[in-house]
Design a protein around this ligand. Sequence first.
Ligand code: NDP
Length: 316
Amino acid sequence: RKSTAIITGASSGVGLQAAKALADLGWYVVMACRDIEKTKRVAQEVGMPADSYNIIYIDLASLQSVREFVKYFRALSRPLDALVCNAAIYMPLLKEPLWSPDGYELTMATNHLGHFLLCNLMLDDLKQSAVKPAKLVILGTVTHNPNELGGKIPPRPDLGNLQGFAAGFKAPYSMIDGKAFEPVKAYKDSKVCNILTMRELHRRYHASTGIIFNSLYPGCVATTALFRNHYPKFQKYFPLFQKYITGGFVSEELSGQRVAQVVAEPDFAQSGVYWSWGNRQKKNGQAFVQKVSTQAGDDAKAVRLWELSEQLVGLK
Ligand code: NDP
């Protein structure tokens, strides 16, 4: 039988190309997306064979929608062999926070809390996978890490002592550290949460389930819609800057192939790690396990994030 992967945010950019790359490798892909018509269209545009995928609605910002997605997926009666948490929003120009249906700041709700709930609910499905090892992959980014060149530009991510989460994370709280709203930091904080979640999943469940949990930095995919909410000038010059000055530029196709590799190739069977191909895209560059930032490597923070996130998504 075909192996099955769920990819969130498969209607665009990295997720779409990852869906295509996995379908090319013979996988069946469940595209978990918030815009069904768009996803139908782009899946055809990139040439995914009609029998290689299914599209199921999910709004990751809504906890109820995440729970409903799980029911719809189970109704397909397909095993789950890999879950790829890829969807994200980045809204650098916001002056005021936007709020999710549950009353949480939208960036953190979409990128972290929705995925946190989804991972927890789908663990049982992954445990039952006949494909060994099953995989749970969460997209990371270099901007989570101030020790790396790409992560040095302020504002830096800082979860503080998670005061915002501890206070219930509803208005007036919009940031995990309880401080004033800063949309770029909200994105970076959410990506630190993604890596901490991956590491805590590994610590809690790898030994007992055999599931491989990992993250990756696919490279700077400067052309994707992630930057749709940035200044038009930024959208024009950022890809050129990454291509010709930093050498960090990665095409959407290549980023998708990297995700597919991490999901499907036996070489990527280490759990609890963060894969990278480096910041400069050297020819024939190989993937390596990269150290995560001090904050994303903080075990006590991972536990605290886990416990507070459980409360915020209604698991506790
Ligand atoms: P895109 O904006 O192209 O894709 C994001 C995807 O997430 C889209 O499919 C979007 O749906 C979906 N999405 C957003 N909000 C929701 C929601 N509430 N519910 C369901 N789906 C949602 O971005 P990228 O492809 O660039 O980013 C994908 C991942 O890669 C992210 O996790 C990002 O952090 C990571 N990444 C990207 C880098 C880059 O340079 N681009 C670098 C490092 C990491 P829709 O099509 O409907 O908008």
